[in-house]
Design a protein around this ligand. Sequence first.
Ligand SMILES: CC(C)(COP(=O)(O)OP(=O)(O)OC[C@H]1O[C@@H](n2cnc3c(N)ncnc32)[C@H](O)[C@@H]1OP(=O)(O)O)[C@@H](O)C(=O)NCCC(=O)NCCS
Length: 172
Amino acid sequence: MDLTTEIRPETAADRQGIRELLTAAFDGSKEADLVDALRDDGALAVSLTADQGGAIIGYIAASRIRIKGERGTTTALALAPVAVHPEHQRLGTGAGLIRTGLNRARVAGFELVVVVGHADYYPRFGFKSARACGIYCPFEVPDSAWMLVELETGSASHHGGTVEYHPAFSKV
Ligand SMILES: CC(C)(COP(=O)(O)OP(=O)(O)OC[C@H]1O[C@@H](n2cnc3c(N)ncnc32)[C@H](O)[C@@H]1OP(=O)(O)O)[C@@H](O)C(=O)NCCC(=O)NCCS
């Protein structure tokens, strides 16, 4: 990521730029629609853009989830989506967005973040098997892609159970 790229919270003026970025990075507009639905419902706890001279080249969002288990219900976060424009990938922007996003989540008091993502990518940020920690995905997903990171050491062992995503995820 070069020095002209700034990672900053999204503003109201970014809505269209984020849609365009997400549509370029993914196949179709489902992720863009998901972000709009989460934002409109106030479900985004983290929402950052990678801004290069006013152009949005990357984006990360994290929304509130519930983990329902025998010991009760906990609020945590789901990281989704993470995207970097195809012309700007493999330059560290994704890593910058993820590290900054996790740091913001920690500062906001969240203890756990789950992700469905590439098993070769997320472990470098501290993600590990969520299933092995007793935290389960509500839909079918390969075990290797279902990961979590503990923002507070040992938090996963206190919060076992099944994740409940925002209803907007059922349309993705
Ligand atoms: C995944 C993504 C956000 C990474 O952003 P990025 O800025 O390119 O990532 P970084 O520069 O920080 O890291 C690059 C590393 O990411 C890894 N990586 C990127 N895409 C990957 C993929 N699809 N699978 C596995 N690893 C991947 C590679 O190991 C790469 O390392 P290399 O440079 O040694 O080859 C970006 O490729 C993207 O937007 N992809 C399309 C949308 C997507 O799949 N989002 C993730 C949903 S979980």
